[in-house]
Design a protein around this ligand. Structure first.
Ligand code: ZN
Length: 201
Protein backbone atom coordinates (compact mmCIF):
# COMPACT_ATOMS: atom_id res chain seq x y z
CA UNK A 1 0.00 0.00 0.00
CA UNK A 2 1.36 3.37 -0.99
CA UNK A 3 1.21 6.08 1.59
CA UNK A 4 0.52 9.68 0.93
CA UNK A 5 3.44 11.89 1.79
CA UNK A 6 1.75 15.26 1.65
CA UNK A 7 1.62 15.56 5.42
CA UNK A 8 4.90 16.22 7.10
CA UNK A 9 6.23 13.95 9.77
CA UNK A 10 6.60 15.31 13.27
CA UNK A 11 10.00 16.49 14.41
CA UNK A 12 11.66 16.22 17.76
CA UNK A 13 10.25 18.84 20.13
CA UNK A 14 7.05 19.50 18.15
CA UNK A 15 4.03 20.25 20.29
CA UNK A 16 1.12 18.06 19.26
CA UNK A 17 -2.50 17.44 20.12
CA UNK A 18 -4.41 14.16 20.29
CA UNK A 19 -5.22 12.99 16.75
CA UNK A 20 -2.26 14.77 15.16
CA UNK A 21 -0.44 12.90 12.44
CA UNK A 22 3.16 12.15 13.38
CA UNK A 23 4.45 9.98 10.55
CA UNK A 24 4.21 6.46 9.22
CA UNK A 25 5.02 3.16 10.82
CA UNK A 26 7.95 2.62 8.44
CA UNK A 27 9.73 5.58 10.06
CA UNK A 28 9.26 4.85 13.75
CA UNK A 29 7.74 2.48 16.23
CA UNK A 30 4.90 3.96 18.28
CA UNK A 31 5.98 4.71 21.85
CA UNK A 32 4.05 6.18 24.75
CA UNK A 33 1.32 8.60 23.72
CA UNK A 34 1.35 7.33 20.12
CA UNK A 35 -0.90 4.83 18.39
CA UNK A 36 -0.78 3.24 14.98
CA UNK A 37 -3.79 3.57 12.73
CA UNK A 38 -3.68 2.02 9.26
CA UNK A 39 0.08 2.39 9.20
CA UNK A 40 0.02 5.98 10.40
CA UNK A 41 1.36 7.22 13.71
CA UNK A 42 -1.12 9.36 15.60
CA UNK A 43 -0.70 11.27 18.86
CA UNK A 44 -3.03 10.11 21.63
CA UNK A 45 -2.30 12.90 24.09
CA UNK A 46 -1.19 16.51 24.08
CA UNK A 47 2.51 16.97 24.57
CA UNK A 48 5.94 17.19 23.07
CA UNK A 49 7.30 14.81 20.43
CA UNK A 50 10.38 12.86 21.43
CA UNK A 51 12.15 10.80 18.77
CA UNK A 52 14.63 8.14 19.78
CA UNK A 53 16.68 7.44 16.67
CA UNK A 54 18.51 4.48 18.16
CA UNK A 55 15.32 2.69 19.10
CA UNK A 56 13.54 4.12 16.04
CA UNK A 57 10.76 5.11 18.38
CA UNK A 58 8.52 8.15 18.49
CA UNK A 59 6.62 9.13 21.60
CA UNK A 60 4.65 12.04 23.00
CA UNK A 61 5.85 13.22 26.36
CA UNK A 62 2.91 14.56 28.30
CA UNK A 63 3.43 18.11 29.48
CA UNK A 64 1.18 17.49 32.44
CA UNK A 65 3.55 14.76 33.63
CA UNK A 66 5.64 17.46 35.21
CA UNK A 67 5.29 16.51 38.85
CA UNK A 68 3.49 19.01 41.04
CA UNK A 69 5.16 20.95 43.79
CA UNK A 70 3.51 21.39 47.17
CA UNK A 71 1.68 24.70 47.42
CA UNK A 72 0.29 26.63 50.35
CA UNK A 73 -3.07 25.06 51.26
CA UNK A 74 -2.15 21.59 50.02
CA UNK A 75 -2.46 18.61 52.29
CA UNK A 76 0.63 16.44 52.09
CA UNK A 77 1.72 13.03 53.26
CA UNK A 78 5.23 12.63 54.57
CA UNK A 79 7.55 10.68 56.78
CA UNK A 80 9.16 12.06 59.92
CA UNK A 81 12.94 11.90 59.54
CA UNK A 82 14.03 13.91 62.56
CA UNK A 83 12.47 15.08 65.81
CA UNK A 84 14.13 18.12 67.36
CA UNK A 85 13.07 20.07 70.48
CA UNK A 86 11.37 22.86 68.48
CA UNK A 87 10.86 21.32 65.03
CA UNK A 88 10.01 18.06 63.34
CA UNK A 89 11.59 17.43 59.96
CA UNK A 90 9.34 15.70 57.45
CA UNK A 91 10.14 14.32 54.04
CA UNK A 92 7.08 15.01 51.87
CA UNK A 93 6.34 12.09 49.58
CA UNK A 94 3.04 13.03 48.02
CA UNK A 95 0.36 15.63 47.77
CA UNK A 96 -2.87 14.28 49.17
CA UNK A 97 -5.94 14.53 46.98
CA UNK A 98 -4.67 16.90 44.30
CA UNK A 99 -4.42 15.07 40.97
CA UNK A 100 -5.19 11.75 42.62
CA UNK A 101 -2.40 11.61 45.17
CA UNK A 102 0.49 12.24 42.87
CA UNK A 103 3.96 11.56 43.98
CA UNK A 104 6.15 14.61 43.91
CA UNK A 105 9.28 14.85 41.78
CA UNK A 106 11.97 14.81 44.35
CA UNK A 107 11.18 14.40 47.96
CA UNK A 108 10.94 17.76 49.64
CA UNK A 109 11.96 18.50 53.16
CA UNK A 110 9.50 20.31 55.35
CA UNK A 111 9.32 21.40 58.97
CA UNK A 112 6.59 21.46 61.58
CA UNK A 113 7.44 24.00 64.24
CA UNK A 114 6.25 23.36 67.77
CA UNK A 115 3.67 26.18 67.53
CA UNK A 116 2.06 24.51 64.50
CA UNK A 117 1.67 21.01 65.95
CA UNK A 118 -1.57 21.44 67.86
CA UNK A 119 -3.60 24.00 69.76
CA UNK A 120 -2.21 24.50 73.23
CA UNK A 121 1.13 24.08 74.91
CA UNK A 122 3.43 21.24 73.92
CA UNK A 123 6.04 20.16 76.41
CA UNK A 124 8.02 17.65 74.42
CA UNK A 125 8.01 17.05 70.67
CA UNK A 126 8.81 13.39 71.29
CA UNK A 127 5.29 12.94 72.71
CA UNK A 128 3.94 14.16 69.38
CA UNK A 129 6.10 12.54 66.72
CA UNK A 130 8.74 9.87 66.33
CA UNK A 131 11.15 9.17 63.49
CA UNK A 132 9.44 6.94 60.91
CA UNK A 133 5.90 8.17 61.61
CA UNK A 134 3.76 8.90 58.58
CA UNK A 135 2.02 12.25 58.89
CA UNK A 136 -0.70 14.13 57.08
CA UNK A 137 -0.11 17.87 57.24
CA UNK A 138 -1.18 21.18 55.76
CA UNK A 139 1.30 23.36 53.86
CA UNK A 140 1.20 26.77 55.57
CA UNK A 141 4.13 28.23 53.67
CA UNK A 142 5.85 26.90 50.59
CA UNK A 143 7.97 29.99 49.98
CA UNK A 144 10.43 29.23 52.74
CA UNK A 145 12.95 26.41 52.84
CA UNK A 146 12.12 24.06 54.34
CA UNK A 147 8.41 24.18 53.53
CA UNK A 148 6.38 24.90 56.68
CA UNK A 149 3.66 22.47 57.71
CA UNK A 150 0.89 22.44 60.29
CA UNK A 151 -0.90 19.55 61.98
CA UNK A 152 -3.28 21.67 64.08
CA UNK A 153 -6.49 20.43 62.46
CA UNK A 154 -8.07 17.27 63.87
CA UNK A 155 -7.66 15.42 60.56
CA UNK A 156 -3.95 16.24 60.52
CA UNK A 157 -1.12 14.60 62.41
CA UNK A 158 0.23 11.09 62.59
CA UNK A 159 -1.64 8.63 60.35
CA UNK A 160 0.64 5.62 60.81
CA UNK A 161 3.21 4.77 63.46
CA UNK A 162 5.34 1.86 64.52
CA UNK A 163 6.12 0.79 68.08
CA UNK A 164 9.41 2.37 69.07
CA UNK A 165 10.34 -0.81 70.98
CA UNK A 166 9.40 -3.65 68.61
CA UNK A 167 8.45 -1.88 65.34
CA UNK A 168 4.94 -3.43 65.18
CA UNK A 169 2.27 -1.07 63.79
CA UNK A 170 0.58 0.72 66.68
CA UNK A 171 -3.17 0.57 67.23
CA UNK A 172 -5.20 3.56 68.32
CA UNK A 173 -6.87 3.35 71.71
CA UNK A 174 -8.59 6.64 72.53
CA UNK A 175 -5.92 9.32 72.45
CA UNK A 176 -3.06 6.84 72.85
CA UNK A 177 -1.36 4.31 70.64
CA UNK A 178 -0.93 0.78 71.91
CA UNK A 179 1.41 -1.89 70.59
CA UNK A 180 -0.55 -5.12 69.99
CA UNK A 181 2.68 -7.12 70.25
CA UNK A 182 4.55 -5.83 73.31
CA UNK A 183 1.90 -3.69 75.02
CA UNK A 184 3.97 -0.52 74.82
CA UNK A 185 1.84 2.65 75.08
CA UNK A 186 2.90 5.75 73.17
CA UNK A 187 1.44 9.16 72.44
CA UNK A 188 1.36 11.19 69.26
CA UNK A 189 -0.38 14.16 67.72
CA UNK A 190 -2.91 11.87 66.11
CA UNK A 191 -4.91 12.56 62.98
CA UNK A 192 -8.55 11.47 62.95
CA UNK A 193 -7.45 9.52 59.88
CA UNK A 194 -4.98 7.36 61.83
CA UNK A 195 -4.62 4.12 59.83
CA UNK A 196 -7.50 5.11 57.58
CA UNK A 197 -5.30 6.14 54.66
CA UNK A 198 -3.63 3.76 52.26
CA UNK A 199 -0.01 4.21 53.20
CA UNK A 200 2.64 3.26 50.73
CA UNK A 201 5.40 5.65 51.54
ZN1 ZN B 1 5.85 -3.08 70.53
Amino acid sequence: MERQSTRRSAKNGDLVLPGDYLGVIEEYLPGEGVKEEDGELIATRPGRVVIDREKMEIKVESLTDVPPLPKRGDTVIGRVIDVRPQTVIVEIVRIDGRNNDREIATSKLAGISISQVADGYIKDMRDQFRVGDVVRALVVSASKTPIQLSTRRHDLGVVYALCSKCRAPLVRRGNKLVCPKCGNVESRKLSSMYRKLSINV
